[in-house]
Write a protein that binds this ligand. Structure first.
Ligand code: ADP
Length: 425
């Protein structure tokens, strides 16, 4: 294991994995910190996905340290703490407190902090985070229900969360390239700063920052700043050239789509799929009972499971969603659907489904946890940010694609299975 990463949420972890695979590293995402003594998977990079972004701070620290200790036992040469490219946190944490704990446990005394991801329009200039053309605190993030970001100055934001001092490596330095960035970070460390916010507005900046941090034990940031890391390992001869770092073994079995996202993108993708596959729409308003929904869906699927993918969707228009929420309450409505889709996933696997696309972030979390999936080996991308993965855990090995609601082009579901056409083992 070359790189050992700790991510503060599930989809952010997958995002980082995709970045590393693109850079030529074979990458495995683990769901939660493994138990001490569990063997490390055969991979160049391992990303432990936690749900620590908005967890109580003490819990976030403990889980992050547990992940760190396991990664260290697995032989990681460099550590990465991945958080959101909008620096999602509060004055209490969890970015600062978790980073403090990691810096101390690793003994690095210093870490850079760079959430920039220009591809997704997140840039950092003079320490200020921009989303598109506007400052973070005018981007809508100031109204986020859990982590409202009311200050775009990351030096100030991080300072409020840490006992250490925070400096800045600004644009003028970053423009000069890796050597200048390295010197600036060394100077900040010598001045007693524990962190450096590093400006970046282009991918070239991210690559230079990665190169400058080649010998840093810990790097913190969004997935963007991981862009330069595979190159470091390659230059030092640790990472061999592979023909295909995203290659996955084939998995034989039936195919299914489960959709719990009500995003516009997912609704459009289902619309396209309807012309080509059999789709069952769940009717939770008629029978708001998970057990009944599960039975009806599995009865429907029974005779249809075969070589062509089938789709089962809870996804509905905003009006239908509001109607169910008005009847049950918002949380109970979400929980009912997640319970139903998780139960359907379990039933489909029991009936021979081995390749599955799940649409929806929360929905994916519910399905993965019900299926007892422990690790996802990252395969080829179907659309940016959504790879096929090889899922292993308590049940049979599966091919899983976990799609965050808004991701993917209109033909996503069709394309996903076309990619597996040569996959019959
Ligand atoms: P996304 O990635 O688009 O945010 P999620 O799966 O994270 O998708 O969230 C969608 C939420 O909507 C889930 O909690 C899901 O259970 C809920 N949901 C899905 N279908 C319906 C429906 N018909 N009525 C009410 N809630 C629904």
């Amino acid at each position: 294991m070359l790189l050992g990463a700790i991510a503060d949420d599930f989809t952010g972890a997958t995002d980082l994995c995709s970045m590393l695979v693109r850079g030529g590293m074979r990458t495995v995402q683990l769901i939660g910190a493994p138990n001490p003594g569990d063997p490390a998977p055969d991979a160049d990079a391992v990303v432990v996905a936690l749900k620590s972004r908005t967890a109580p701070t003490r819990q976030a620290i403990d889980e992050s340290l547990a992940a760190l200790h396991w990664l260290r036992a697995g032989g990681a040469r460099q550590y990465f703490f991945k958080y959101c490219s909008t620096f999602d946190s509060t004055d209490q944490g969890n970015i600062g407190p978790v980073a403090d704990a990691l810096v101390e446990a690793i003994g690095s005394g210093f870490a850079l902090a760079c959430p920039a991801f220009p591809t997704n329009a997140r840039t950092v200039y003079q320490g200020h985070l921009f989303v598109g053309g506007v400052l973070l605190n005018e981007s809508g993030m100031e109204k986020h229900p859990l982590t409202p970001m009311t200050d775009a100055n990351l030096v100030r934001v991080l300072s409020r969360q840490t006992t250490g001092a925070v400096g800045l490596v600004n644009f003028a330095t970053v423009e000069q390239g890796a050597q200048a960035i390295r010197r600036a970070m060394t100077a900040l460390k010598e001045q007693g700063r524990r962190y450096a916010i590093v400006d970046a507005i282009t991918d070239a900046h991210l690559v230079a920052i990665g190169e400058a941090a080649e010998h840093h034990a810990l790097i913190t940031g969004g997935s963007g700043v991981a862009m330069g890391l595979p190159g470091n390992f390659r230059r030092s001869g640790l990472l061999s050239e592979r023909t295909d770092p995203a290659a996955l073994p084939s998995v034989a079995g039936a195919s299914a789509i489960l959709a719990g996202s009500c995003s516009r993108a997912t609704l459009a993708q289902l619309g396209v799929a309807r012309g080509h596959l059999q789709v069952l729409d769940l009717e939770p308003l008629q029978t708001p009972d998970a057990a009944v929904l599960i039975k009806a869906a599995l009865d429907w699927a029974e005779s249809r499971i075969g070589s062509a993918p089938i789709a089962i969707a809870a996804s509905a228009s905003p009006e239908k969603v509001s109607a169910l929420q008005a009847r049950l309450g918002r949380d109970a409505a979400g929980a009912l659907i997640e319970e139903a889709l998780a139960g359907i996933a379990e039933g489909l696997v029991a009936r021979g489904v081995r390749r599955m696309v799940v649409a929806g972030g929360e929905t994916s979390g519910a399905v993965v946890s019900r299926l007892g999936v422990k690790s996802l080996r990252i395969g080829p991308e179907i659309d940016p940010g959504v790879p096929w993965t090889l899922a292993e855990g308590m049940g049979p090995t599966l091919k899983l694609a976990l799609k965050s609601g808004n991701f993917g082009a209109a033909d996503f579901f069709l394309k996903a299975f076309q990619m597996l056409e040569h996959d019959h083992a």
